[in-house]
Design a protein around this ligand. Structure first.
Ligand code: FAD
Length: 273
């Protein structure tokens, strides 16, 4: 099925066991891959690797490690990618990553396009390379046009697929796809879907990554106060309707930011079959 799920690397044994259970439940949907995030500056490198290794050894769903290049040396990236090849990994999510505050040495890569070029130079077509896309503009970009050009440049460096930052404005996604298609991009641009389960957390994430939560959604969520069940129900309906709208307009693949939980990603994805 054309869905994929993203996890963050669990920090302790209890969370590892819990994530294993989540994977067992999600695999019923026959996902295209399970991706695992990578902390800025390599802070979760070992934990990401362990989780990828666990997914590969289960042998049901291919693993896709995220790899952020900021602060890294080419030799380290090459050696990590070789280790991934030894695990049988064929998908990589290639990112720049957020520049951690106070970091002076940004390493051998300035932007994700340089990482994509490097992976293609070193490993030819071994990996299917996925890159990030921002339908509502990357927060650092000086202009929309400039961000679109940088995205196109990243794709032309050798990306096979893109995954978007999450959004709740489908028109922003459609417009982004139209714009980059007219600039020569013809790889799949998979919408990243963030389920809504918690108002405060969603507001915090969205401030950090520049995703807009429409006013009417915020107002509704706030009106539920501490009533988590109503927040979950409303959040589910909003995201489900958005996914169905995307699908009815031709979107075939969906990437879920699962937050290491089965619910509600499983139900949302199931409705798209
Ligand atoms: P880039 O493509 O390099 O873009 C970053 C900024 O630089 C943009 O403003 C762009 O317009 C500009 N730019 C790009 N290329 C050039 C160029 N050649 N010259 C000048 N300017 C340029 N972060 C993590 O730390 N770990 C993760 O696992 C992770 N996973 C993610 C998964 C997805 C699907 C998404 C959408 C984001 C993820 N992020 C992750 C967040 C991401 O690392 C940040 O958004 C980061 O700030 C940008 O990374 P990027 O790969 O998009 O960078």
């Amino acid at each position: 099925m054309p869905v994929s799920f993203e996890f963050f690397p669990p920090r302790d044994e209890i969370s590892q066991k819990s994530l294993k259970k989540v994977r067992e439940q999600l695999k019923a949907l026959n996902p295209e891959y399970f991706s695992v995030t990578f902390g800025a500056g390599g802070s979760t490198q070992d934990a990401t690797f362990e989780t990828i290794s666990a997914i590969q050894s289960e042998g049901f769903v291919p693993a896709a490690p995220h790899l952020s290049c900021i602060g890294s040396k080419k030799e380290n990236i090459k050696s990590l990618l070789r280790d991934y090849i030894n695990l049988g990994v064929k998908h990589i999510v290639a990112l720049r990553g957020d520049i951690p505050s106070g970091v002076r040495d940004i390493g051998d890569f300035n932007h994700a396009n340089e990482l994509v070029t490097f992976i293609r130079e070193e490993f030819n077509d071994h990996f299917s390379i996925m890159v990030a896309a921002y339908p509502e503009k990357h927060p650092e970009a000086t202009s929309f046009r400039n961000d679109l050009e940088n995205f196109v440049n990243k794709v032309k460096s050798g990306a096979s697929q893109a995954i978007t930052q999450y959004f709740y404005n489908p028109d922003a996604y459609f417009r982004f796809c139209d714009d980059v298609n007219s600039m020569g991009v013809n790889i799949p641009i998979t919408p990243g879907i963030m389920p809504i389960t918690n108002c405060k957390q969603l507001k915090r994430f969205s401030e950090m990554c520049g995703a807009e939560i429409p006013k009417w959604i915020i107002q509704r969520l706030e009106s539920y106060g501490d009533d988590l069940e109503s927040i979950r129900q409303f959040g589910y309906e909003v995201v489900d309707e958005m996914c169905l709208k995307l699908q009815s307009n031709g979107v075939k693949n969906f990437h879920f930011y699962s937050m290491n939980k089965t619910v509600p990603s499983f139900e949302l994805a199931k409705n798209l079959v």
